[in-house]
Design a protein around this ligand. Structure first.
Ligand SMILES: Cc1cc2nc3c(=O)[nH]c(=O)nc-3n(C[C@H](O)[C@H](O)[C@H](O)COP(=O)(O)OP(=O)(O)OC[C@H]3O[C@@H](n4cnc5c(N)ncnc54)[C@H](O)[C@@H]3O)c2cc1C
Length: 433
């Protein structure tokens, strides 16, 4: 047996831990190294952890739909109960408003194809079911200093409702649960272990060098470094043939007291509202969690150095978020002071993740998760095993992409859809994917 490990995974977020679990299950020796203190302490800890199926491409819809049962039967998926507690899937359903820019048909055609049930609601039905919501059409979203921001609605919205969406109550605990299961299957996790170099032997990856000088040998290294993953790809020289770029994007998410009728206990749904440029969902504790959907009027905050971004929320974003929310939910409680967080997405050019091999033999990547892949961690782990198995046995995944057959539908997912060398997918160009 060669010293070291069979598979080294950089990053113990929800996806890195899921990749570790699947490789450990496949019988490999697995080591996960993470510069942080604990599983899920990176961008995973800030996740809104929404589980939904509203993507623009068939392979993305299938991936989310196939991942959902694992969250529904969490202990069954993990194969073990974490004594420190288990995260919970909270079913809420999801309401999506139409916008002139992004038609429902695109999503409902895919849902019809996959067999995802939904209801179409006209304006009156929305108003009857959710009297707390203003049903005006405000599109396009505007900045609050735009004189047109306060204009009256021009028309009304319609919606689709899907009932199996929901969210995970504690995203960091989800990563910890998966890491616990991976350990149970033999994986080793090392924290405060930062990768600063990549070891090569005869043109192939042979391990990584840590900040303290230690070299960990491994014939297969998988970059699941979240917002740091572009840097890690560059460190390995693995970015040379990528046609899809990915880079950190700063986000702010806030909480505001939910009005009566829109709290979790009231059975409120997640709301995807591209008409005002926001998504919001109820959460434990009687508040709404509110995030943005990158409306065209907002400047995107690309971050050059993921180690030095501003981790504090800003008054400007807080006010924008609250004013926009007030258009749709006039009765929400404005918080006395901002409660929220600032965090990073790792955004791919087309907002579709990259699950792939690389130009460097032995170096693989699960990155570019674009603010929308928490829900897909279980499948991402399985995808990476399928890709590594195929590539390491000589299969040309770049030209004949591996296909993954989902357990739920028996449908095959084209993993070429997540290639680093794909033609950019046609998507919403936002976190909605
Ligand atoms: C604000 C926000 C809201 C979101 N909402 C949703 C949502 O509602 N639904 C959804 O599906 N997705 C959502 N996402 C996206 C989802 O949370 C991410 O796609 C997912 O958590 C990424 O997991 P990861 O394991 O790839 O990365 P991370 O959790 O970022 O983990 C990467 C790890 O790599 C480690 N690392 C980095 N560099 C090194 C190095 N050199 N050496 C060693 N370790 C290193 C870091 O310490 C970190 O722990 C959201 C993301 C954010 C930020």
């Amino acid at each position: 047996m060669i010293p070291g490990t069979d598979v080294l995974i950089i990053g113990a977020g929800v996806i890195g831990s899921a990749v570790a679990l699947e490789f450990a299950r496949s019988g490999r020796r697995v080591t996960v190294v993470d510069r942080g203190p604990a599983p899920g302490a990176g961008s995973t800890s800030s996740s809104s952890a929404i589980i939904r199926f509203s993507y623009s491409t068939l392979d993305s819809v299938l991936t989310a739909w196939e991942s959902a049962p694992y969250w529904n039967d969490w202990e069954g998926y993990l194969g073990v109960r974490d004594p420190d507690g288990m995260c919970r899937f909270i079913p809420t359903g999801m309401l999506l408003f139409d916008t002139p820019e992004f038609s429902f048909d695109r999503i409902t055609d895919l849902w019809d194809d996959v067999g995802i049930a939904y209801e179409t609601l006209d304006t009156e039905q929305i108003a009857a079911r959710y009297p707390q919501l203003d049903v005006g059409r405000y599109f396009p979203p505007k900045t609050v200093d735009d004189p047109a921001f306060a204009d009256d609605a021009r028309g009304t919205v319609t919606a689709i409702h899907e009932s199996l969406a929901g969210f995970i109550d504690d995203p960091m605990l989800a990563a910890r649960n998966i890491a616990h299961a991976a350990r149970h299957h033999g994986a080793t996790f090392r924290f405060h272990a930062e990768v600063v170099g990549v070891e090569m032997t005869d043109g192939r990856v042979s391990g990584v060098r840590l900040a303290d000088g230690e070299v960990v040998h491994a014939p297969i290294v998988i970059n699941v470094g979240g917002p740091h993953s572009a840097r890690l790809n560059a460190l390995a020289g693995a970015d040379v043939d990528m046609t899809i770029g990915h880079r950190p994007l700063r986000q702010e998410v806030f909480a505001a007291p939910a009005p009566d009728g829109l709290a979790l206990d009231d059975g409120a749904p997640i709301i995807s509202d591209l008409d005002i440029g926001q998504y919001f969902r109820p959460q434990v504790g009687g508040t709404l969690l509110v995030g943005g959907t990158e409306p065209a009027c907002d400047e995107l905050e690309w971050v050059d150095d993921p180690d030095t971004y501003d981790e504090h929320t800003t008054v400007e974003k807080f006010e924008t978020t609250m004013y926009r929310l007030a258009r749709r939910v006039p009765e929400f409680g404005v918080p006395h002071r901002p409660v929220g967080l600032a965090a990073l997405y790792d955004v791919a050019d087309d907002w579709v993740p990259i699950y792939d091999r690389s130009a460097v033999p032995g170096w693989f990547m699960a990155c570019g998760t674009s603010g929308n892949q928490f829900k897909n961690a279980p499948l991402a782990g399985k995808f990476m095993v399928a890709i590594v198995d195929a590539v390491e046995s000589g299969h040309d995944h770049d030209h004949d992409p591996v296909r993954f057959v989902g357990e739920r539908t028996g449908r095959s997912i084209d993993l070429g859809a997540f290639s680093r060398r794909r033609t950019p997918a046609s998507t919403s160009g936002t976190v909605m994917g």
